[in-house]
Design a protein around this ligand. Structure first.
Ligand code: CP
Length: 308
């Protein structure tokens, strides 16, 4: 694919291919670029993991990374995202990784059929495809399948692009998805992906407990009534709930973690937590994503990824 903006076009075979390729990179695989290749990471929302791991992935692939600072760019003078991206294309940037607060910011860019590739680093409460794929890699490394795994996504479902990408992809891959958390953050749209349950029921049988960050920056006036201690008690992974997990179950969280809210702080580094493993996998999955983009652009020879 020349662009990657959503998980909606990814088949099971696409996901398994990306996992295999990411695992090859994890084992030390390198690729050769056909010419100097330039990446720019345009983050209009804050990020530590996605921004840094895309930059690490770009550098490990041998790409040149040009710096972009949203506050220092001409976007502050009113330049549109479309004109910004077309400017970067004219200057010679090959791949733009973009995080933006607006849902589906990428649609007008795709409609223009630009040569520059767009990789979505997260759009509002829409999609977070690279996070979703690194999550799939983390689950697959653990269980070697998705089929019939019981996966409960817990927490701030309505504001979470991670949840939206993961519920769709996990269902496509044959997992049994369920949801827990405050009822006001669950909506009828999610019913087609899985049932609503409680975290107390979920921890007894789940293979994966996928916690979501409470996105305080998106809560608006709801934040005035938000009680962190009550949330932790009613919906969080407490030490008592952790004790009831199956021994082979894993805990995931896209991070950043609100320690003591979604999860007891002492559990973040416990043996069943894969939270830092997810971050480690993120670099290799982003190398795989960028490689597929560069193969589609003719900048990496397809023979280099044969077998993945
Ligand atoms: N998981 C995630 O997207 O983290 P960042 O916001 O730090 O990129």
């Amino acid at each position: 694919q020349h662009d990657l903006v959503s998980v909606s076009d990814l088949s099971e075979a696409d996901v398994l291919h990306k996992i295999r390729l990411a695992q090859l990179f994890q084992a030390g695989k390198t690729v050769t670029l056909q010419r100097p290749t330039y990446a720019m990471n345009l983050f209009f929302e804050n990020s530590t993991r996605t921004h840094t791991s895309f930059e690490m992935a770009e550098r490990r692939l041998g790409m040149q990374v040009l710096q972009f600072v949203a506050d220092g760019s001409s976007v502050t003078k009113g330049e549109t995202l479309s004109d910004t991206v077309k400017t970067l294309q004219a200057i010679g940037v090959d791949v733009a990784v973009i995080r933006h607060p607006e849902n589906q910011y990428y649609q007008p860019l795709l409609a223009e059929q630009l040569d520059i590739s767009i990789v979505n680093g997260g759009d509002g409460s829409g999609q977070h495809p690279s996070q979703s794929l690194l999550d799939m890699m983390t689950i697959y490394q653990e269980f070697c399948t998705f089929r019939d795994l019981k996966i409960t996504i817990v927490g701030d479902l309505s504001h979470s692009r991670v949840a939206r990408s993961n519920m769709a992809l996990l269902q496509r891959l044959g997992a049994q998805v369920s949801f827990a958390g405050p009822e006001q953050w669950y909506n009828a749209d999610f019913e087609r992906y899985g049932q609503y349950t409680t975290i107390d029921d979920a921890v007894n049988s789940a293979d994966v407990v996928m916690l979501l960050r409470v996105q305080k920056e998106r809560l608006g006036t709801e934040l005035d009534d938000f009680d962190a201690a009550r949330y932790h008690r009613e919906f969080g992974l407490t030490k008592a709930r952790y004790q009831r997990l199956k021994p082979e179950a894993i805990i995931m969280h896209p991070a950043p973690v609100n320690r003591g809210i979604e999860i007891d702080s002492s559990l973040v580094e416990q043996p069943q937590s894969r939270i830092f493993k997810q971050m480690e996998n993120g670099v290799f999955m982003r190398m795989a994503i960028l490689t597929d983009v560069l193969v589609a652009k003719g900048l990496i020879n397809p023979a280099e990824i044969k077998g993945a």
